[in-house]
Design a protein around this ligand. Structure first.
Ligand code: CP
Length: 314
């Protein structure tokens, strides 16, 4: 099995394969409320050293729906509170024989670091990055692509707009890399301090106005201001932010008719997204959450079966 640390490491064909297996997973398990036993005998550890609701629960449910056993470790309640390191925590779970590690940490590079942290006696199994600082969140990028497709929008040639705090966002980075790889035209807009022009090096366009960004948009992903990562950098006040950069129904009218609204969550309703729009039928935010389970099932399945075709007997 292979680790998945970022979407840079996957080809467009591999991304396509994950999206297709996720569609099968959603169809079979989530729609029909079935449990498979394709990963029976496998075990997975989730190591969440930073808070999570969606990612952690959906990896756990995904593993369980496929018949695997799961253990969940967080900082509080583990021996990390006694000073044990990330490496030693990962080695400890690996020594127990888990078949994959899912890791979230506030440091960029944590997942790669863990994947290389084996010792002469203990090998580290495949690692899935569930978010490392502001670097990458590949399962979120994949579930965002899956959701756009499910809305009937083809990734190739679509205009995908990301609004808000891009600088501190691992979701933005994985989305930019993934959507661009699949042929989408990716645009960014937000306060210039949070959306520097240098981000264009990732293969996207940084726009100068909301109008420019939203014009012709097929999907708009709205990001939360990450006050916890701002570390002293300039950030507008929340009310300023909402009036200048927040998405609301009036601004959504600038996009294509039928454009969908996305948000990785958690939302600051009334700041980056208006209250009414958060629960509008054009909002696919809960679909993203639902699709997160299917994507994570596909990732775990493909990694732990080394890409075997899924055979499911209904
Ligand atoms: N989108 C996302 O990663 O949410 P959590 O932080 O709740 O996992």
């Amino acid at each position: 099995g292979r680790s998945i640390v970022s979407l840079e490491g996957l080809s467009s064909a591999e991304i396509e394969r994950i999206l297709q297996v996720a569609a099968q997973m959603k169809n079979i398990v989530i729609s029909q409320n079935k449990k498979l036993d394709v990963l029976r005998g496998k075990s997975i550890a989730t190591l969440f050293f930073e808070a999570s609701t969606r990612t952690r629960s959906s990896f756990e449910l995904a593993a369980k729906y496929l018949g695997a056993d799961v253990v969940n470790i967080s900082k509080s309640g583990s021996s990390m509170t006694k000073g044990e390191s990330v490496r030693d925590t990962a080695l400890t779970l690996s020594a127990m024989g888990v078949d994959a590690l899912v890791i979230r940490d506030s440091s960029e590079g944590a997942a790669v670091f863990v994947s290389r942290a084996g010792s002469p006696r203990v090998a580290i199994p495949p690692v899935i990055n569930a978010g490392d600082g502001a670097h990458a969140h590949p399962s979120q990028g994949l579930l965002d692509m899956f959701t756009v497709r499910e809305a009937g929008i083809s990734l190739k040639g679509m205009k995908y707009v990301i609004l808000g705090d891009i600088l501190h966002s691992r979701v933005a980075r994985s989305d930019i890399i993934g959507f661009a790889k699949m042929g989408a035209d990716v645009h960014l807009y937000g306060p210039r301090t949070l959306v520097p022009k240098e981000l264009e090096a990732l293969g996207c366009t940084v726009d100068d106005s909301m109008e420019e960004a939203l014009d012709g948009a097929d999907a708009i992903n709205v990001l939360r201001i990450q006050l916890e990562r701002a570390a002293g950098g300039f950030i507008p006040s929340l009310s300023e932010y909402s009036s200048l950069f927040g998405l609301n129904r009036r601004r959504l009218a600038l996009a294509k008719p039928g454009a969908i609204v996305m948000h990785p969550g958690p939302m600051n309703r009334g700041v980056e997204i208006s209250e009414d729009l958060a629960y509008d039928e054009r909002s696919w935010i809960q679909e993203e959450v639902r699709n997160g389970v299917a994507i994570r099932m596909a990732m775990l399945y493909l990694i732990l079966t080394e890409g075997k075709d899924i055979e499911v007997h209904n």
